[in-house]
Ligand binder design. Structure first.
Ligand code: MD6
Ligand code: FE
Length: 214
């Protein structure tokens, strides 16, 4: 009898909650078009380390594309139409980004998702994101679509209280997480990244999170 090799079995889509799903490898067919689009975004609005209202510099570097971009500084978290570092609007959201986001949302049961904001996060080995809720968006009816590229990360998916236990969900290159509805305000974060270079992206992980913010 053949041995079942867990490491060769293609990972399956996974339900994280009543309205939260991991779509394994969903972004893989898009990667060839996404990569140059990331370059054109960061050429206009480069990755930068922002400061939280509590005064901590984030280990994750970020930028945005789309009509609205998420920012933080000592005064708080908010969405802005202008990049505070350049004084110019955030770069437009590439069509391929919006297409990936709406197709992934539909695959998870959310039809007609039209994001107006895409936060682009860059993780290097050791970067982490502490447990938080995404609650700066104007309405919580739309889901969030989160795309992972490059090095793997362990995503922490908790409950509605910071103290609730967390699921540990490994996310690999091409995986997409979609969540909304009853799961929209669950705490989540990312554990410190290990230094395991990825064949295409080297020692970084890029994450896009698409939202309807305005
Ligand atoms: C990340 N993601 O995966 C960080 N937020 O790098 C998030 O904070 C996030 O993945 C809301 C929904 C999905 C996410
Ligand atoms: Fe988040």
């Amino acid at each position: 009898m053949a041995t079942l090799d867990l490491f060769e079995t293609p990972a399956q889509n996974q339900r994280l909650g009543p309205a939260a799903m991991v779509l394994r490898g969903f972004a893989l067919p898009y990667v060839r078009e996404l990569m140059p689009a990331i370059e054109s975004i960061t050429a206009v609005s480069p990755f930068r380390h922002m400061v939280t209202p509590g005064g901590f510099t984030m280990s994750v570097a970020l930028t945005n594309c789309g009509a609205l971009g998420w920012t933080t500084d000592r005064r708080g978290y908010r969405y802005t139409g202008v990049d505070p570092d350049t004084g110019e609007p955030w770069p437009a959201m590439p069509k391929i980004f919006a297409l990936l986001a709406s197709e992934a949302a539909a695959a998870a049961g959310f039809d007609h998702f039209e994001p107006d904001a895409c936060l682009v996060n860059r993780y290097l080995p050791g970067s982490r994101l502490s447990l938080h809720q995404d609650k700066n968006e104007r309405n919580y009816d739309a889901p969030i679509v989160s795309v992972s590229l490059g090095m793997r990360a362990v995503f922490l998916f908790g409950g509605h209280l910071r103290s609730n236990p967390t699921l540990k969900v490994p996310l690999h290159h091409g995986d997409v997480v979609v969540w909304g509805g009853a799961d929209r305000l669950r705490y989540h974060g990312v554990m410190p990244l290990k230094d395991e270079p990825h064949q295409l992206l080297g020692n970084q992980r890029i994450n896009f999170t698409f939202r309807n913010a305005g």
